[in-house]
Design a protein. Structure first.
Length: 673
């Protein structure tokens, strides 16, 4: 066997980097501000900082008092977020550093015009909410400012997430205006431009609908909660804890990526943020240890994707899901714990087999943090997370619970000097929370516009009929159709937009095919995550590839191979017991899926302790398929499949272990042949 790659003490110290206690304010900003935004200085920088802090503080204040009403609250959010997005995101990517990183005159003009359109909605809110829709007259100013608001959202979305979402918005608006030219079941009577502006701007069915309402309340405060945890050093605590637990193990940095990304998912809920935060540490380590660049990028990317499936944050889409499906957020979080653990289990087993195959060692244990030391110095940071879960179980509203825990993070940070939030750090945290929310606010407004068009045109009912007709009454075919829709939409849409479209168009069909509402929406939520890793456009995989200096497309396809749980667990939501009330059945399904995910990497890689032959490989694959089948039906049948698969899997693995031991003994000098 070839000599195992390893890292020297100097390599490890260099890669571990600085501790948060020695981090400067500029380094803190760089680590938590989205790296695709401008960082203006001088008067422009202070103006943006104060505006961002003001809307964040006001949103927290509303949680403890009362909101202004539907339209004013939602318009106020966009009155801050859209202009700030126009100032912080350049019109063209190559202009980011133009004008010394400061907003250009053109940006200020656009931001002012956009601000005016949303201020008009706030001023006119009482009139909008009291008028009779499609009966009372529309003022000329309503048409002008409504058009400007929609165009401003388009431009902000284009700058933040790309042109694809804009083209989809334009397509839906064209469909609303020219419905009579569409064939078959897609045909509708069409709507006038005035009626469309009335729906999308002057009512709570369009740009100010429930999606924007969620963004303006508990999405904002949940993201603030995660940002405050990071400012207080929670990300470093989680990374150090992962290093202490798994850094010394086989392929250590890869396992650190899996564990730290799982923990980081409780902070950000953003796959890109997870990659940037943990990947800057783990990807160079994995490359130096012996993983190929695209493998290192894919491991970090798929691990970071799991952050959007891990309670309590789980990304923006889960908050929309709670309102969309009418299911309490705490219910979604509780039923998501075991699937998230299974997802990370599948990655951990894959990484372990990959490390075996490459003959990789771990990091020197004496250079890694000690678990008890990490918990002693930073374990108090976990307290607000547990408090948040407790408050949600006690039926506090997500808006109030998350806001209370933002305050809790600030208070608990003073337990230790290394986590203390000083006034400058608080200001950075408030601005960072707004900057992070800004990246999803314009996207949420775009999704709100799409949902408004879907509602006003009756497309929701039409697509349900089409999916049901294609499925022919088969739930399995219906789920496959949703998966295919997710793949196509995921080529150019962020997760939130993909989820909104899929949920609006596909969830009613899945429910008509017999699925409970929670199962239907969780299936769509999981499938929509593939938008971050599915080539040809896979934003999170591209970020990981950029850090690793790896081919983006090759990284994306490696992600698809590794993230198989993302495509498998949705079928268990439909046919298994992970969403049942019976704990016995839930844990049975979790156990057999654990065995399935343990066996599949061995089958896929054709390696255990050494390369395995095709006969053994096929037998392991068949046993894995049996484990998976065990969780798809009644538990009585599941026991039979479990027994049969175990009877096949265990002897094969014992045989492989003995064969590997014999091979090692034969290579040892002085051993018997």
């Amino acid at each position: 066997m070839s000599e195992q790659p390893t890292l020297s003490a100097d390599d490890v110290k260099k890669l571990l980097g600085k501790d948060r206690t020695t981090e400067t304010l500029d380094e803190l900003r760089e680590s938590i501000y989205p790296n695709d935004q401008r960082q203006p200085t001088g008067p422009a920088g202070w103006f943006i900082t104060l505006a961002a802090a003001a809307i964040c503080l006001f949103t927290l204040w509303m949680a403890f008092h009362i909101t202004l009403g539907a339209i004013p609250t939602r318009a106020l959010l966009l009155a801050f977020m859209v202009p700030l997005a126009l100032l912080l995101y350049p019109a063209l990517t190559r202009w980011k550093d133009k004008n010394n990183g400061q907003p250009m005159l053109f940006d200020y003009i656009l931001a002012t015009v956009a601000l005016t359109s949303f201020v008009w909605a706030i001023v006119s809110a009482d009139r909008y909410e009291s008028r009779v829709p499609y009966v009372d007259p529309i003022e000329t100013a309503d048409i002008i400012f409504g058009t400007i608001a929609i165009l401003a959202v388009f431009e902000a979305a284009r700058r933040t997430v790309g042109m694809t979402i804009v083209w989809i918005n334009v397509t839906f608006i064209f469909y609303a205006l020219a419905g009579s030219i569409f064939p078959g079941p897609l045909e509708h009577g069409g709507t006038t431009y005035l009626d469309l502006i009335e729906t999308l701007y002057m009512a709570t069915d369009g740009i100010f609908n429930f999606i924007t309402g969620i963004m303006a309340t508990f999405v904002f405060t949940f993201l603030t909660f995660g940002t405050f945890l990071r400012v207080s050093g929670g990300d470093r605590v989680f990374t150090d804890l992962a290093l202490s637990v798994a850094g010394h193990r086989r392929g250590g940095p890869a396992k650190v990526a899996v564990i730290s990304s799982a923990l980081m998912g409780t902070l950000s809920g953003s796959t890109v943020s997870n990659v940037v935060t943990t990947g800057s540490l783990t990807i160079p380590m994995m490359k130096r240890l012996g993983f190929k660049p695209y493998e290192a990028a894919a491991i970090e990317t798929t691990a970071s994707l799991g952050g959007a499936l891990t309670p309590p944050l789980m990304g923006t889409a889960v908050f929309i899901m709670a309102s969309f499906a009418g299911v309490p957020l705490v219910t979604i979080l509780m039923y998501s714990i075991i699937p998230a653990l299974l997802y990370f289990t599948s990655l951990y087993f894959y990484v372990d087999v990959k490390a075996r195959k490459k003959g990789l060692s771990g990091l020197p244990r004496n250079l890694l943090p000690k678990a008890w030391t990490v918990i002693k110095n930073g374990g108090h940071i976990f307290i607000p997370i547990f408090v948040l879960i407790f408050l949600l179980i006690e039926r506090w509203t997500p808006f109030l619970a998350s806001s209370a825990c933002v305050v809790g993070v600030f208070v608990i940070s003073f337990v230790r000097k290394n986590t203390r939030m000083t006034p400058p750090k608080i200001l950075i945290g408030l601005e960072a929370a707004t900057r992070v929310t800004m990246t999803v606010a314009s996207l949420g407004a775009s999704a709100a516009l799409i949902y408004g068009v879907i509602t006003v045109t009756g497309l929701l009912v039409k697509m349900t009929s089409i999916i049901l007709a294609l499925a022919g009454g088969s739930l399995f075919i219906g789920i496959v159709l949703i998966a295919l829709m997710s793949y196509v939409m995921g080529m150019g849409l962020p997760v939130t937009a993909a989820y909104v479209l899929l949920a609006a168009l596909g969830s009613p069909a899945l429910q008509d095919l017999g699925l409970p509402v929670l199962a239907a929406h969780l299936i769509i939520l999981w499938f929509s995550q593939d938008s971050t890793i599915t080539p040809p456009i896979c934003m999170t995989a591209f970020v990981g590839a950029r850090i690793a200096k790896a081919p983006p497309m090759k990284t994306g396809w490696q992600c698809v191979l590794m993230a198989k749980a993302l495509y498998i667990i949705p079928f268990v939501f439909a046919y298994g017991s992970l969403l049942d009330d019976s704990l016995v059945e839930i844990f049975f399904d979790a156990a057999v899926l654990f065995l399935f995910f343990a066996s599949m990497p061995i089958f896929v890689e054709g390696y255990y302790s050494q390369k395995i032959g095709w006969v053994v490989r096929i037998l392991i694959g068949l046993s894995g398929l049996g484990f998976f089948t065990a969780c798809l039906g009644p538990m009585a049948e599941g026991y039979l499949w479990l027994f049969a698969s175990t009877a096949l899997f265990v002897p094969v693995m014992v045989y492989e272990r003995n064969r590997a031991a014999g091979a090692v003994a034969a290579q040892t000098p002085g051993s018997e042949p």
